[in-house]
Design a protein around this ligand. Structure first.
Ligand SMILES: [Mn+2]
Length: 305
């Protein structure tokens, strides 16, 4: 079992909903193979850099506070030799998780990001239709969009290149996001349709080949990549076929065995939509698969020292 530390993030500001400190209590009470803590979502300590009127309106200020908390948690546990796992909460928290990994490894480290999601999350405040920032975190990580998001998590500017991103399971992409993907073929984008047509194993082979050049990989899993029968408890259900629950588990199992995953998150869990705890159990199974596997070390880099 890989040593790990889980942090629960009961914040949905980026999805246009209020934070609820008690919303993840049931999930946190499951039996986990490592420590579990829950961050405070009290927005008292507002991040005051990079803020304009826009940032306050959709709550980018609160999103930035959460990102800093997630980044601190990730950095602390990476330095202690543990795999940090964030569970939430809306997808903007990944800005913090990835920033924590970037802080731990430094600006020169080659870090790949596997982003499993029905949506591309490549909107900016200029292209978005909804003004919900959970549609913007991947753009922000690559340095695109509102400065408050781009500089969030304690690492200023782009935290990686578009070429270091693999998007997996897309089935709801906005026209400006599709245009960006078309302009940047160096970003590996695998649609849900591709996976259905060529099979999950083919997708895994592509991802393993893609990841060969990285010394570390961050895995971000948006639960809406899974079909809503198997994972109903998500903020933004997508009404076409996604991954089956057992396919999602197999995907994480295979990636964890082959890729040097150093940090991860499972996001967009919305307990009010869950049916009989189905989505909660699936999150538990996905984390278990991640911690069972041990990928080979690359380049001997040790964070525990
Ligand atoms: Mn997402």
């Amino acid at each position: 079992m890989i040593p790990a530390a889980i942090v629960m993030i009961p914040s949905w500001t980026g999805a246009g909903r209020a934070a609820d400190p008690d919303a993840l209590v049931g999930l946190a009470a499951l039996s986990w193979p490592c420590s579990v803590e829950t961050v405070s979502t009290n927005p008292a300590a507002v991040h005051d850099g990079e803020l304009d009127d826009y940032a306050r309106h959709p709550g980018l200020d609160r999103v930035c506070v959460v990102a800093e908390q997630v980044a601190r948690h990730a950095l602390c546990h990476l330095r202690g030799g543990r795999l940090p796992i964030a569970i939430g909460g809306d997808h903007t928290l990944t800005i913090g998780g990835f920033a924590g990994l970037r802080s731990a490894l430094g600006p020169a480290a080659s870090i790949g990001l596997v982003w499993i999601d029905a949506h591309a999350d490549l909107n900016t405040h200029e292209t978005t239709q909804t003004h919900r920032s959970h549609g913007m975190p991947l753009a922000a990580l690559a340095g695109l969009g509102h400065p408050a998001l781009v500089h969030a998590g304690g690492v200023r500017g782009a935290k990686l290149r578009l070429a270091d991103i693999a998007l997996v399971g897309l089935r709801s992409v906005d026209p400006p996001e599709r245009a960006l993907l078309d302009r940047h073929p160096e970003l590996l984008a695998i649609d849900a349709e591709d996976i259905a047509e060529h099979g999950l194993d083919h997708t895994i082979v592509r991802l393993v080949a893609w990841a060969e050049r990285f010394e570390a990989v961050y895995l971000s899993f948006d639960l809406d990549a899974i079909c809503s029968t198997d994972a109903p408890g998500v903020t933004t259900p997508v009404p076409y076929a996604g991954l089956a629950g057992d396919e999602a588990v197999a995907l994480v199992e295979q990636l964890a065995a082959a890729l040097p995953i150093r940090a991860a998150d499972f996001v967009e869990y919305w307990p009010a939509h869950d049916i009989g705890g189905r989505t909660a159990r699936l999150i538990h199974d996905l984390v278990a698969e991640l911690l069972q596997a041990r990928a080979p070390e690359r380049r001997g880099r040790s964070l525990g020292s």
